[in-house]
Design a binder for this molecule. Sequence first.
Ligand code: UT7
Length: 332
Amino acid sequence: MSDKKVVRAGITAVAHFVPDEVVPNSFFESYLDTTDEWIQSRAGIKERRILRNGATSDLAVPAIKKLLEQRGIAATDIDMILVGTVTPDMLFPSTACVIQEKIGATNAWGFDLSAACSGFLFTLETGRRFIESGAAKKILIVGADKMSSITNYQDRNTCILFGDGAGVVLLEPVDEALGIRDSILRIDGTGGEYLHMKGGGSLNPPSHETIDKQMHYVYQDGKAVFKRAVIGMADVSAEIVERNNLTKNDIAFLVPHQANLRIIEAARERVGLTHDQVMINIDRYGNTTSGTIPICLSEWSAAGKIKKGDYLVLASFGAGFTWGSILLRWAF
Ligand code: UT7
């Protein structure tokens, strides 16, 4: 029998940053055919944050600086920077490179990963594998999006949903009993027609025509995405609990992607959790895409609500379609 020790990847620090500027629902009421009541009842959002000047890296860097200080390590201690985002500062160089330069992480390599609202989960799973293989010891997993840069503020179907924000976790090798235990990650490209941004890539390079056709904005068929998300996120949340022989009582928190309160509620009910077992901040930040899950983790951790050893289920659904869940035990 092999006595090789299992290397687990665990979250050992977490931080977030949201810009100061608050945009309440009343802003949209002032110029669009919408109401605060509609937005709150259909999506669960009261307000969101917007970054006027700056890019996605400007959301990520303050979060990372807080995290490094909290963990008491230097940027030069970081081996890898992985960034989940659909709003990179530029198509290239990667936002990982931009961040690496801005924080002075001179010993790190890294890259961006595109999985829309599942960006943080896909990036976390990728980082997990580098830790488990022994290839890296300290990885920054960043979920950051400046959604205001691709939002059409004349489209009431989408503009009320999104906000800007960033969260970051540090992944390190941890005790065998802690850290990331399991993951279920899925994609289905047939969902692309319902949620996309068609302009700006190699298919439709920027041109006067792509601008005139407003192809550089998020397009969403909300109802179609809702139908798939409500089932997809609930299914993977329940499946990961069941296949690890856990019950609802073993789970300290469900940490769902914050796209719609009704989608979150369906996942909560499916796993059989109480309201206290679910992290929700969509009312204050809207949908920050890759940012939602690490921002939740950061807020609940800072409030002292997560204890070492707690079981957490992270779950998401987004453009692609991309979706999934990760089961972990909190490591600090
Ligand atoms: O994070 C990535 C994944 N994204 C998601 O998971 C989002 C999934 N979708 C949703 O969350 C919901 O579909 C929305 C919140 C986007 C919309 O809620 P809904 O209950 O599905 O509304 P709907 O799209 O079916 O629209 C119902 C009505 C429509 O009017 P008609 O056609 O019934 O006359 C819309 O035009 O509400 C209208 N509407 C609005 N009314 C007032 C759409 N947006 C607005 C608005 N204010 N802002």
